[in-house]
Design a protein around this ligand. Structure first.
Ligand code: NAP
Length: 294
């Protein structure tokens, strides 16, 4: 086994994403010691039982003391509080990174709490499932997926390279992006689709009882696929929408305009327009399959 990349890796949050990365780091010996922070005893016990980490604690200061990597893996809404708690205990040279689905908020919420000599390299593995908690994680989650890094200008290149190398070891392709651009891209590729799924499933659960039973029974007609997305963690998604407000509202505005145009085509029997749109969307699906992101 190769030399570890890190001496002490501290995971703040050890759910689906944190535990997947921690598993991989343990499996491949990428850190000499892996410690996790979680608020609930059950989360800590599960992470330990599964052998995902060497140590689990509720004491955030203890976890990060002497760490050369701190990986924040909580919902975005917790970032400012956890950073205020761990910031004063960081060692010089430590690299702080994260896996959050929104990136401008990371600079805002983590940045002010980091002492001089600590490097911030925000990241977002574009991989996941609708499941939560340490029991849902698996080391292969990131294989063949993208990981987007959004280091602010002036970040130490060695720190950026270290985090990039970590994700490459996880099997991901790494891309660098400006945080603002990231939030715009993800608003359309991830956040809007989740919002649409939450809306459709919500609408279907609001219909009268008799119809609701039929919705479940005949869900294979298309509804089922939206329910998978709409089963994603409520707290995580609440925080994504609250922290990527501008980009999501902009994409939602465009979406509403397109929906209105579609409504009009249906009303006026404009079959050609419908067929044209559905043919273009079918081509997009083919490109996703070709890019091995299906
Ligand atoms: P998860 O499975 O729900 O895990 C969240 C972890 O954070 C748990 O260990 C939880 O343990 C801890 N936690 C929650 N609230 C906390 C708080 N206020 N203070 C301290 N610890 C807290 O979530 P996840 O799916 O791994 O998502 C984690 C991050 O990854 C999110 O920021 C999300 O945007 C990002 N992400 C998710 C996906 C996905 O598909 N799920 C994909 C890419 C990126 P306790 O409750 O015991 O504290």
């Amino acid at each position: 086994m190769a030399e570890p990349m890190f001496e002490r890796a501290a995971f703040i949050g050890i759910g689906l994403i944190g535990s997947s990365l921690a598993r991989l780091m343990k499996r491949d010996g990428l850190a000499r010691h892996v410690v996790a922070v979680a608020r609930n005893e059950k989360t800590r016990a599960t992470a330990l039982e599964l052998g995902v980490v060497d140590e689990a604690t509720a004491d955030i200061a203890h976890a990060v003391r002497g760490a050369d990597l701190v990986m924040v893996c909580t919902p975005i809404g917790a970032y400012a509080d956890v950073a205020a708690a761990f910031g004063p205990h960081l060692a010089k040279g430590c690299v702080v990174s994260d896996v959050g689905s929104v990136k401008q908020a990371v600079l805002r919420d983590l940045g002010p709490h980091l002492p001089d000599g600590v490097h911030l390299v925000p990241g977002h593995p574009v991989a996941g499932t609708e499941h939560s908690g340490p029991e849902s994680g698996f080391a292969e989650l990131f294989e063949g997926r993208w990981c987007i890094l959004t280091p602010p200008p002036g970040t130490d290149p060695a720190a950026v390279e270290k985090i990039a190398e970590l994700w490459r070891r996880a099997g991901s392709n790494v891309e660098m992006m400006d945080a603002h651009h990231h939030d715009k891209v993800l608003a359309i590729t991830s956040h809007l689709p989740h919002l649409i799924a939450y809306t459709i499933v919500g609408t279907a659960t609001d219909v009268e009882t008799a119809l609701r039973q039929e919705v479940i029974k005949f869900s294979a007609g298309g509804f089922r696929d939206f329910t998978r997305i709409a089963a994603s963690d409520p707290v995580m998604w609440r925080d994504i929408f609250l922290n990527n407000r501008e980009a999501v509202l902009e994409m939602l505005q465009r979406f509403s305009e397109d929906l209105t145009a579609l409504q009009r085509s249906i009303r006026w029997g404009e079959g050609e327009k419908l067929e044209d749109l559905f043919s273009r969307t079918r081509a997009i699906r083919r490109s996703i399959i070709d890019a091995k992101q299906a």
